[in-house]
Design a protein around this ligand. Structure first.
Ligand code: ADP
Length: 485
């Protein structure tokens, strides 16, 4: 890449793996910037400094940020994220916005003052730029926590020499979480009443952070082409479909990749025994160890797995509807997740009811997740909606066959196995319906138990698929260049 096409990019996210993670947003924020850096861009990442982050970091600057009638202090700290440029290891800067009141708490979200916390974050991110002497071409915002940055640049900074040429890309990772807060946010952002109209940030009486991103960003994208279309419909649009349709010329879809160095069955230190495409039979040893870890009998039966936030979005009610039917067959099921208490208690109870078939771990455990991806036969994602989904991509990388509902990124990344032509790389059902799920589970477990040769071919096909970031990072470069035009 020549110097002219080298871009200066600030990547803003509330979660970045490995520093803080609740879902796929963190995976993307912790991997895409590395690939963009390896392409020659000057990319830097910024996130809040939560209490749980213990990494070493150095002090960079501090400055006041006004929040209503108060002044809060923002301390900027810096750490680095290592990436590979060819065979050379390099590091890109990760900045942390530190403030004791807002971020030194147990947990990341779900506080009463989340509006104020992330309003502070947005203002501090823009304030930080002059202190770190970085004038980006692009600010890449992600999800609702960062939406108001796009608004502030257009409404408050458009005449400011330092900021006026910065373009914005806003990525929707999940439209369901929008950040609805009171009208008081106008005061915190120091913007006028005229913005509190449906054409701008007002949304049925509240200030909507996601909408502030969607209205003001130069370019919007979602994390799959299918979801980019879906969000323009009433079924998936979360009441923002009209706005998204109006902006359809600036709305794109770029499917997520995964970090192929991090998610690599050949080198992953979390799994029992490493393997590659050539030695995929070793998966069996990982399966046996996983069965032991969950206290299940070590037997050669289809092992289903699920790693997920336990929320309605993930289609868990379909599983709950037919789980007793599924357990009539000779199969086992291991689940790792945390979220709605309703689902947590159902899956705990199932463990008690079926101690030889069900393994349940309620909590967040990144290394156990890897052992599930490597040790299971079939990975379940029957989502109601799924902007991209990373679970199915990671599971394929580990040779575990995904079983998904055809929505969002799931529809784009998994091809249904066809019993006649014997092609495809997973099992897909279309309608959000527990009988269709059950039928897909039966097709998958039937093939897994009944036709080992064919199953091995499926494993190989999954492991050969390429979901590295190279293609998608190039698409993000196209989007960045569009904003500059
Ligand atoms: P979402 O972003 O909607 O949560 P994705 O499939 O895009 O769903 O990404 C989920 C990511 O979070 C994956 O990397 C998955 O392995 C991880 N994950 C989800 N729940 C857990 C958990 N309880 N423990 C460990 N990792 C989890």
């Amino acid at each position: 890449m020549n110097n002219e096409s080298r871009l200066k990019i600030l990547f803003v996210s509330a979660e970045v793996s490995p520093y803080a993670k609740t879902g796929g947003l963190a995976d993307v924020a912790g991997s895409l910037p590395k690939y963009l850096a390896a392409m020659g861009n000057d990319i830097r990442v910024v996130m809040p400094r939560y209490k749980s982050i213990k990494s070493e970091m150095s002090y960079v600057a501090d400055f006041p940020v006004s929040v209503d009638w108060r002044q809060e202090t923002c301390i900027v700290r810096e750490s680095g994220m290592t990436y590979k440029d060819g065979e050379i290891h390099k590091s890109l800067p990760v900045y942390f916005i530190d403030n004791y009141n807002y971020f030194n708490r147990d947990g990341i979200y779900c506080f009463n003052d989340d509006g104020e916390r992330f309003a502070f974050f947005c203002k501090a991110v823009l304030g930080m730029l002059q202190h770190i002497n970085f004038q980006p071409d692009i600010i890449h915002c992600n999800d609702w926590h960062t939406g108001p940055i796009c608004m502030l640049l257009k409404e408050k900074y458009s005449n400011n020499e330092y900021y006026k040429n910065i373009s914005t890309v806003f990525t929707i990772h999940n439209l369901q979480y929008q950040g609805h807060f009171s009208k008081d946010m106008l005061r915190i952002f120091e913007v006028g009443e005229e913005l509190f109209v449906p054409e701008k940030v007002e949304f049925y009486g509240s200030f909507n952070f996601m909408k502030a991103g969607l209205v003001y960003a130069d370019i919007i994208n979602t994390v799959s082409e299918t979801y980019a279309k879906e969000v323009q419909t009433q079924q998936y649009g979360e009441q923002l479909e009209g706005l998204l349709r109006n902006r359809s010329e600036s709305l794109f879809g770029v499917v997520n990749g995964i970090d192929y160095d991090e998610f690599n069955p050949q080198t992953d230190t979390s799994i029992y025994k490493n393997y590659s495409l050539e030695s995929f039979e070793v998966k069996k040893e990982n399966k046996a160890a996983l069965q032991k870890e969950f206290g299940l009998p070590v037997r050669d039966v289809p092992l289903l797995g699920l790693v997920s936030r336990l929320t309605g979005q993930k289609g868990l009610n379909l599983i709950v509807d037919v789980v007793h039917e599924i357990f009539k067959e000779d199969v086992q099921f291991v689940l790792l997740g945390t979220g709605d208490e309703y689902y947590e208690s159902i899956f705990r109870d199932l463990r008690t009811q079926y101690p030889d078939k069900m393994g349940t771990y309620i909590g967040f455990n990144a290394s156990l997740a890897q052992r599930i991806y490597s040790g299971c036969d079939i990975f379940l994602m029957p989502s109601l909606f799924e902007p991209c989904g990373l679970g199915q991509i990671i599971s394929m990388r580990y040779g575990t066959i995904p079983l998904v509902r055809a929505t969002g990124g799931l529809a784009e990344t998994v091809i249904d196995y066809n019993f006649d032509n014997k092609n495809g790389d997973g099992f897909v059902f279309w309608n959000f319906n527990s009988f269709e799920l059950l039928e897909a589970v039966r097709r998958a477990t039937g093939l897994c138990a009944g036709n080992k040769k064919e199953w091995e071919k499926l494993i190989k096909r999954c492991m050969q698929k390429d979901f590295s970031w190279f293609k998608s990072a190039a698409k993000y470069m196209e989007l960045y260049n569009k904003t500059l035009k």
